[in-house]
Design a protein around this ligand. Structure first.
Ligand code: 5GP
Length: 193
């Protein structure tokens, strides 16, 4: 999506060979009008597939996922990374290794928000090694729900996330796919249909 590629070039900062900072418009300060456009495009791609829930992982997936869910007119379920005293019983959990923080956490979902009747679209801001998405898929499967696919804002295609997910038969749609990046240039793969 050219709109997102242009914004990454204008406002993104490559912090290291593998980390892109986009906190002026996606995950620290949020540009809601822009995020709505991105969410609408992900919703357009997956519309008509019987999706009845959008799911994301706190916290940086929430902004785009709200707009995808609004466009599809379905609830948004937010998987928790932080442990909480009020989310201890009747939960489904799986361990995930964080790409940016280099720690692992228990991805947690209250059982009542996902069942075998649900067909889920997972939405996240970044796809890197695919650990967060793979953890979310494990939870979806534990709940006997089904997965329609994954909508991503920024895929770092030089990392193995997409391949891992495709190997599990999961359809990934990414609005911007970074082929390579360093501090003074970012190149993109061609847009997906
Ligand atoms: P993965 O599990 O695919 O390795 O990493 C995905 C998660 O790590 C995303 O939910 C995102 O929050 C974070 N992440 C991965 N790469 C980047 C990056 O280059 N920049 C930022 N800001 N977050 C990233």
């Amino acid at each position: 999506m050219k709109l997102l590629e242009d914004r990454i070039l204008a406002d993104g900062n490559v912090l290291s060979p593998a980390i892109l900072k986009v906190d002026s418009f996606i995950n620290h300060q949020v540009d809601p009008v822009f995020m709505h456009e991105l969410g609408a495009e992900i919703a357009r791609h997956f519309r008509g597939q019987g999706i009845n829930k959008v799911m994301t992982i706190e916290s940086s997936g929430i902004a785009p996922a709200v707009f995808v869910a609004m466009e599809l007119q379905v609830p948004l379920v937010i998987l928790k990374k932080q442990s909480s005293a009020i989310l201890k019983t009747d939960v489904i959990q799986t361990e995930v290794v964080s790409f940016t923080k280099e720690i692992s956490y228990q991805l947690t979902l209250a059982r009542k928000y996902l069942s075998e009747n649900d067909h889920v679209l997972l939405v996240d801001d970044f796809l890197a090694n695919g650990e967060a998405a793979t953890g979310a898929i494990r939870l979806i499967r534990k709940a006997h729900a089904t997965i329609a696919g994954i909508g991503i804002l920024i895929e770092k295609s030089f990392q193995p996330g997409r391949t891992k997910l495709n190997e599990q038969g999961i359809h990934v749609y990414s609005l911007a796919r970074i082929a390579e990046m360093d501090t003074d240039h970012i190149t993109f793969l061609p847009e997906e249909a």
